[in-house]
Design a protein around this ligand. Structure first.
Ligand code: FHN
Length: 456
């Protein structure tokens, strides 16, 4: 194991082991067009799978025989479990039913183009092989194997970008002390041990990049006061030096406050995209990349008692709403301790996949709507063969069969159903475009009508 890590460091062209000045510093001369090229796959992807998995799936919301309120992955905090008691869960963690190929296939069949999985959540337990600690799946569990690397391989076989979540706040690392009862219980750093923890994180990033080479590092747990925006800039620079094409969210620094809800351009925070959570902003923001991360029920990490599932219709319409505002949708699943994805999640993902099979063109690579309001549903758009193609996602089928669309600059040259391609007649009148629709909506969740407009 130690030899393997050292050999990988050499294979990484020494950029990992030479002083940081020798690491690739080309990234910080990135032009706008180079940044656009780096972000292109992420912007085209539009839809990703979030996975919260770890020791917290064992108690699954219950501790000492009592249900513990709150999101499942916070049970160590919510039940006030001492470190030495919680870490005993590691010996019980043996996900015998874990099937990375099946997980990657479920994501692919749902139409998801990237996957972000917890490498280390706030509890500090590592799901990947690392020499930085024995509190990892290889050294501390009967399972004894890296969980992320095989999933990365199965994702890549299916054209899915593999990405990892990483929590800065760490309830297990000795350099941090668990917080008081403040909101989110931020940890405190022990005197003189911040550099030790910053170095620990950097060593873990090297292990992560060497073993599963994530396309995105998705930070979280950035709110403790001891961690600063400057620290975020240092970590961002370090990661871009190791892997110039990597994408990093705004929680590597303190940007979440500025970007939650996308209420301001992400100009003065480090990170490549904004991260509104459990919400869909009222509008996007031109030139700002952002992603809404949301659960399918109420919890991120598995809880055996959380059956409050959103319907497939809601999940599909969330995706459409988000993309119509120029964002990405990161939809969460919380696997069980045995390594199974809950059936309720699998069913909903399959339903989303069926919709995406017929209508994915209106999502992948699509941009924000040109319209302020569309009471009947949502609109996305993309350039197509020298024209602008508008995708009208109809949630409320119009009475009387005419879909009224605000006029856009240029001339409407064609209208049709996206699924099946049936041509539709249309007329421009009083500044609107009226499209004659069939009497019944072919897809009650969202039927997509295509309008091709030629700029004059
Ligand atoms: O505290 C975490 C929480 O457990 C979960 O990981 C979410 C997902 O984005 N992030 C934090 C809360 O904002």
């Amino acid at each position: 194991m130690r030899f393997r890590v050292f050999a990988i460091a050499l294979l990484l062209g020494l950029s990992c082991v030479l002083p940081s000045s020798a690491a690739d510093s080309s990234w910080n001369k990135e032009t706008d067009s180079q940044r656009d090229a780096r972000m292109q796959w992420w912007r085209d992807a539009r839809f990703g799978m979030f996975i919260h998995w770890g020791l917290y799936a064992i108690p699954a919301g219950t501790w000492d025989g009592k249900q513990v309120p709150g999101i499942g992955e916070w049970i160590m905090d919510r039940a006030n479990i001492p470190v030495d008691k919680y870490e005993k869960l590691a010996a019980q963690f043996n996900p015998a039913k874990y099937d990375p190929a099946a997980w990657a296939q479920i994501a692919a069949d749902a139409g998801m183009k990237y996957l972000v999985i917890t490498s280390k959540h706030h509890d500090g337990f590592c799901l990947f092989a690392t020499d930085t600690t024995d509190y990892d799946v290889v050294n501390a569990t009967a399972y004894g194997k890296d969980l992320l690397k095989p999933l990365a391989e199965e994702c890549r076989k299916r054209g899915i970008q593999f990405c990892t979540y990483y929590s800065i706040m760490d309830w297990h690392h000795p350099a941090q002390m668990r917080g008081s009862e403040q909101r989110h219980n931020p940890t405190k750093i022990r005197d003189g041990r911040k550099q030790e923890y910053m170095d620990y994180m950097k060593a873990q990033f090297k292990d992560l990049l060497a073993s599963c080479d994530p396309a995105v590092l998705w930070f979280d747990g950035e709110w403790p006061d001891w961690y600063t925006e400057e620290d975020g800039r240092e970590i961002y620079a370090y990661l871009r030096g190791l892997k110039p094409e990597i994408i990093v969210n705004n929680r590597v620094g303190k940007g979440r406050k500025g970007m939650e809800g996308i209420n301001k351009a992400n100009q003065d925070y480090v990170g490549d995209f904004g991260t509104p959570e459990q919400q869909i902003p009222a509008t996007g923001l031109d030139g700002v990349d952002w992603e809404s991360c949301m659960t399918m029920n109420e919890t991120w990490g598995f809880r055996s008692d959380d059956e409050n599932w959103k319907s497939a219709e809601t999940l599909i319409r969330n995706l459409i709403d988000i993309v119509s505002k120029g964002g990405n949708y990161l939809l969460n699943i919380g696997p069980t301790a045995a390594g199974e994805i809950p059936a309720a999640s699998v069913g909903r993902l399959a339903a989303i996949g069926r919709w995406m099979q017929a209508n994915g063109q209106s999502i992948y690579g699509a941009q924000a709507s040109p319209f302020e309001k569309t009471p009947w549903g949502r609109c996305t758009r993309k350039p197509m063969d020298g024209k602008t193609r508008l995708y009208l996602h109809v949630f409320q089928w119009p009475e009387g069969g005419n879909l009224v669309v605000p006029k856009v600059p240029g001339a409407v040259v064609a209208a049709k159903m996206l699924a099946g391609g049936e041509k539709l007649s249309f007329a421009e009148k009083d500044g609107d475009v009226r499209i004659a629709l069939p009497s019944e909506a072919p897809d009650k969740t969202a039927t997509v009508v295509v309008l091709d407009v030629k700029q004059q």
